[in-house]
Every structure is written in C-alpha cells, then in structure tokens.
Design a protein around this ligand. Structure first.
Ligand code: BJW
Ligand code: ZN
Length: 259
C-alpha cells in the first residue's frame, strides 16, 4: 500500500512520537494473537480458565504449564521486520516512547530500549505472595501439549507460588508504566498504533487520548478494529510490510538509513 505523504511529513517533523503495539506486531514472528478467528489464543483456550488470578488460585499447574508452553514459543521466535523498523525509528526520532501490550521480549531483541510493558513480561516471573523476581528459570521443558500441567516453582524467600509476570484480567496495570504511557500519549506529536484490536482497557484508550490531545494518529492493522474512523491515518496491512516502508520513506534521505 502507498504510505501517505502527509503522514511522512508529520513524522519527519515530530519531536515526540509514541509507538503503541499489540499482538499483531509479533504475529509475523509466529507468536499467536489473542482474538483473531481461527488462530487467536482465545479461540482455543478460555481466558477465564487461564488468564485471571482466580484461574491460578484454582489450578496453578494448568496455568503455569500453559505459560511455559507460550514462553517456549517466545524464546524460539525471532524479531520480524516490524520490530526492526520500530527499533530503527529510535535513531531518527528525537524522543520515541515504545509502549507495548505484548509480554514477549521481541522489541528488546530487535534493539529497542526502555520498552514500556503495560501487561508485564512472560520471561520475568515473580512470587505471587512476596513479589520477589524469580531468577532461577532455565529453558522451558520441551512440551508436547499446550495444556500440560506443570507445578509452578516455589519461592525461596517465602515458599509462595511463582506466577507468570503478566497482567491478568481484573488486575491493575503497573503504575509507573501506565503513568509513563499516559503522559507520552498526551504529549506526543505522532502516535502510531500497531497490531492491536484495541478492546482491552485501559491500554486501548491510549490512541484516543493522543488523538483528543491533538496528536496525529495512525493505525497499522490488516483487519478492522475498534479504532476505525477515529484515527488520522488508517493503514490497512501487515506491520512487517508497512512499518519498514514507512521508515524508509520518512528517513531515506538521511545518510546511512538502515532498517
Ligand atoms: C496484525 C497482524 C500483522 C494480525 N500486522 N497487525 C468489562 C468486563 C470485564 C472486564 C472489563 C470490562 N470492561 C473493562 C474491563 C477490564 C478489562 C478489559 O478491558 N476487558 C475487555 C476485554 C472487556 N481490563 C483489565 O482487566 C485490565 N485491568 C484493569 O482494567 O484493571 C482495573 C480493574 C481492576 C479490577 C477489576 C476490573 C478492572 C487488565 C487487562 C490485562 C490484559 N491481559 C492480557 C493477557 C496478558 C497475559 C497473557 O499474555 O496471557 O493481555 S489479555 C490480552 O489482550 C493480552 C493483550 O496484551 C491484550 C490486548 O490484545 P491485542 O494485543 O490487541 O491482541 P488481539 O489478538 O486482540 O489483536 C491483535 C490484532 O493484531 C488484530 O487486530 C489483528 O488484526 C492484528 N494483526 N496480524 C499488524 N501482521
Ligand atoms: Zn515469595
């Protein structure tokens, strides 16, 4: 698809840019999204049985086993051209804030710095009771099934269960991260919303916060979302195609641009 000249001009002139990502940015790395028909995780698994505090209370081994299966997927995945293009933007934009809902570490592995993780990290578990980080975690076991039960490790400080370091439904987002994302959305010139269905709050509200504060907003997604009609530019297509093209068109005139 054609990248709009006006978006390129606004991005080139911007001092403060926010890139806000969802599961779609990692889809081309082979990490399943949540809500897409047929391939989304919530098509095959129940969010209530796996991604809530009460699910972990009820059956910690089921929940831990499922997250170990997903952690193994993340560890064997590689950043794709969308992650790389976002990392390259950091070199051209005076102040770029990368806010992600994703629990994988593919942005970091692509070279992005100071990534704001609103929904936590699947590679950084902690104790459910005393919140101490759990560091003695090696590679996940080779799992034959996505619903294989695995007893979670025990905290060496207090004996509590170790839990995945992610934000489940009904849990608050980490305060510092949420405040940083909110402030960045309110103060940016350009806000790029990439690969999210924009249904999970409060994160889903960030694009509209930026839009109402006067930012240029652009959505990059091959499918319809809740934000259709509410953004300045709607780029319908895969992030791994559109983002490299956007970076190339915006900064190709700068010497040595590489993505
Ligand atoms: C591509 C692509 C390509 C594909 N290129 N794009 C009513 C009832 C009950 C609860 C609520 C309610 N209203 C609000 C709430 C609260 C709830 C919520 O929002 N629920 C809604 C679903 C209704 N929110 C919360 O509970 C949050 N906490 C909170 O609000 O605290 C206050 C509170 C306290 C006490 C009680 C109640 C509230 C916490 C939300 C935590 C979300 N956690 C998850 C799981 C994380 C752990 C894990 O990974 O297992 O986070 S849910 C899941 O959704 C995950 C994601 O980060 C999040 C967002 O999903 P995302 O990224 O948008 O993925 P998809 O699959 O939806 O979309 C992918 C998109 O990519 C699609 O559009 C594709 O088209 C696109 N795509 N290929 C570009 N190549
Ligand atoms: Zn503990």
């Amino acid at each position: 698809m054609d990248i709009p000249d006006e978006l390129v001009a606004r991005l080139r002139a911007a001092q403060n840019v926010v890139v806000f990502t969802g599961a779609g940015v990692s889809a081309e790395s082979g990490i399943p999204t949540f809500r897409e028909r047929q391939t989304g995780l919530w098509e095959r698994f129940s969010a209530e049985e796996l991604a809530t505090p009460s699910a972990f209370e009820r059956d910690p081994a089921l929940v831990w086993g499922w997250y170990e299966w997903r952690r193994a997927k993340v560890l064997s995945a590689q950043p794709n051209p969308a992650h790389l293009a976002i990392a390259a933007m950091e070199k051209h934009v005076p102040h770029l804030t990368l806010v992600t809902q994703n629990v994988d570490d593919l942005h970091e592995r692509a070279g992005s710095h100071d990534v704001v993780h609103l929904h936590g990290s699947i590679v950084r578990p902690h104790c459910q009771r005393c919140r101490q980080p759990f560091t003695a975690q090696g590679s996940p076991p080779s799992l034959t099934a996505d619903t294989q039960k695995i007893q979670p490790p025990t905290c060496t400080h207090c004996g509590g269960h170790i839990r995945p370091g992610v934000v489940w439904f009904g849990e608050s987002l980490p305060t510092l991260e949420w405040e940083a994302a909110n402030a960045a959305a309110r103060n940016c010139d350009v806000f790029l919303c990439v690969g999210t269905s924009a249904v999970v709050y409060p994160a889903a509200g960030l694009t509209l916060i930026a839009h109402r504060a006067g930012a240029t907003t652009a959505q990059i997604n091959p499918n319809p979302t809740e934000l259709d009609g509410d953004v300045s530019f709607d780029l319908k297509g895969a992030a791994g195609v559109i983002l490299p093209a956007l970076v190339q068109k915006t900064w190709a005139h700068e010497c040595g641009v590489a993505i």
